[in-house]
Design a protein around this ligand. Structure first.
Ligand code: NAI
Ligand code: MG
Length: 493
């Protein structure tokens, strides 16, 4: 199918208390296909009033509904059912995700399968949450109960829409929380399709609510709402800081996943083919719109020139094209706003460093937010293009002399989400792993992410962890219970 095939404009509402409803104001906003710049959906523009209805529904479902009586196993079954529906509708969801984000169809197919896998993982984990007993003195018994945190507000980004929703909904439902989720305004489509299955999957009204809208209105109202116990956010560091400040007023629990400027480190003895490929994959997958993008490529001086040359040669062959084409390896950026942001960094980069390849808009597309995969070389780590998250297909290549310098440069960043090291020297590999301040470190790979393993950052990449049992823990409170086994009075007074 060609991406230029005309599609009818879809229409999505909010999902509150088990019903699809328009926004309180009746307003909608447009959602685009970034490869054609055409409107593909009109979506309810939620604001403070819609958030308030959703939070009230979530609050009631948590405080007085039957949700608290569902067994952990039944919550697991709901998650399995959601996964089943996603898998059964994978073709439709992949196509929609592809069309809405601009990512290649092949990548969208991975994403949709990943979202289902995440629901399955938390479906299985739901009834494996256990407390502990503590060795208090013999006249007492002390143990912990793990309890849901309450109403969770979840704000997600546009780069992996349904995957990000699954990472947040999965553990929250498993824990027994109730939820108000706000999709990214650029990419609400797949979430709203999946919301149609909530009831059939067994979610009672009010347990999961979806409010669409802008970050500054709907998102901000969710963060400020006194009925919300916890905020889970993935997005920019700038918004993360706003959220922490706003959440302070009601002392909400907050977890943040904020992206980074992750180093991908190449030593001279690394496997050559794998290394060149890994450098490109690390930074260009998903158009570079990846929180863990290996956007700082650190290369040992001994191999530096040859490495830049090899990367450049391969980067020039990356197939840009309509995301629905199966041969396409890179689609357009998600939005006009992101295109403007990334191209402004390209202009800045031309002043700060040398362009090895790319550097602008590819000539072959009349429409769409396409940007050439761009490699800046001879970059100083103090340059803005090496310090600020660009979130597009833009690599900065930085030479280093030796291991100590590689580590120093790798850590010289306000961020700490991810890092990777490429070498065949196992001693060096593990020394670097221990020295790098980042939440995820790959050896001889970059980007694979598994639902079983924790995900999250050090430093200004945020706090808290998603995925695995760590992700579930973020939705749980710990209650300590002490039982007095003495039948005699305390006898103090
Ligand atoms: P953003 O951080 O503004 O948006 C992410 C989510 O937060 C969206 O759902 C948005 O509606 C919401 N939001 C925005 N302002 C808010 C507020 N004041 N209160 C509550 N929620 C709010 O990201 P944006 O503007 O789309 O992209 C800007 C930059 O952010 C990108 O260039 C990239 O560097 C970074 N980013 C990082 C992501 C990651 O995975 N860590 C994902 C998306 C963007
Ligand atoms: Mg923003």
């Amino acid at each position: 199918m060609s991406s230029t095939a005309k599609q009818s404009v879809r229409s999505y509402q909010n999902y509150i208390n088990g019903k699809f409803v328009s926004s309180a104001t009746g307003e909608t906003f447009a959602v685009y296909d970034p490869s054609t710049e055409e409107v593909i959906a009109q979506v309810a523009a939620g604001g403070a009033a819609d958030v308030d209805s959703a939070v009230k529904a979530a609050r009631a479902a948590f405080d007085t509904g039957d949700w608290g009586k569902t067994s952990a196993q039944d919550r697991g079954r709901i998650l399995f059912k959601l996964a089943e529906k996603i898998r059964a509708n994978a073709a439709m969801l992949s196509e929609l995700e592809c069309r809405n984000t601009g990512k290649p169809l092949v990548e969208a197919e991975y994403d949709i399968a990943d979202a289902a896998t995440c629901f399955e993982y938390y479906g299985g984990l739901a009834n494996k949450v256990m407390g502990q007993t503590m060795p208090v003195p013999a006249n007492g018994l002390s143990f912990t109960l793990k309890e849901p945190m309450g109403v969770a507000g979840q704000i997600i980004p546009w780069n992996y829409p349904l995957v990000m929703a699954a990472w947040k909904l999965g553990p929250a439902i498993a824990a027994g929380c109730t939820i108000v989720l706000k999709p990214a305004e650029q990419t609400p489509c797949t979430m709203m399709e999946a919301a149609r299955w909530f009831e059939e999957a067994g979610l009672p009204p009010g347990v999961v609510n979806i409010v669409n809208g802008m970050g500054e209105t709907a998102g901000a109202a969710l963060v400020a709402h006194p009925g919300v116990d916890k905020i889970a956010f993935t997005g920019s560091a700038a918004v993360g800081k706003i959220i922490v400040k706003s959440a302070a007023d009601t002392l909400k629990r907050v977890t943040l996943e904020l992206g980074g400027k992750s180093p991908n480190i190449f030593f001279a003895e690394a496997d050559w083919e794998a290394a060149v490929d890994g450098a490109l994959f690390g930074v260009f997958i998903n158009q570079g719109e990846v929180c863990s993008a290996g956007s700082r490529i650190l290369v040992e001086k001994k191999i530096y020139s040859k490495f830049v040359e090899a990367m450049t040669e391969k980067a020039k062959k990356i197939k840009l094209g309509p995301p629905m084409d199966r041969e396409t390896k890179m689609g357009p950026l998600v939005s006009r706003e992101q295109y403007d942001r990334v191209t402004s960094y390209l202009e800045l980069g031309k002043k700060e460093a040398r362009v090895a390849s790319g550097g602008g808009r590819p000539k072959e597309f009349a429409k769409g937010y396409y940007v050439q995969p761009t490699i800046f070389c001879d970059v100083n780590n103090n340059a803005r293009i090496a310090r600020e998250e660009i979130f597009g297909p833009v690599a900065t290549v930085i030479p280093f002399e030796n291991e100590a310098e590689a580590i120093r440069i790798a850590n010289d960043t306000p961020y700490g989400l991810a890092a990777a090291v490429w070498t065949r020297d196992i001693f060096k590999a593990f020394r670097v792993v221990k020295a790098v301040r980042a939440g995820i470190v790959w050896i001889n790979h970059m980007q694979p992410t598994y639902v079983e393993a924790p995900w999250g950052g050090y430093k200004q990449s945020g706090f808290g962890r998603e995925l695995g049992p760590w992700g579930l823990e973020e939705y749980l409170e710990t209650k300590q219970v002490f039982v007095n086994l003495d039948e005699t009075p305390i006898g103090w007074y």
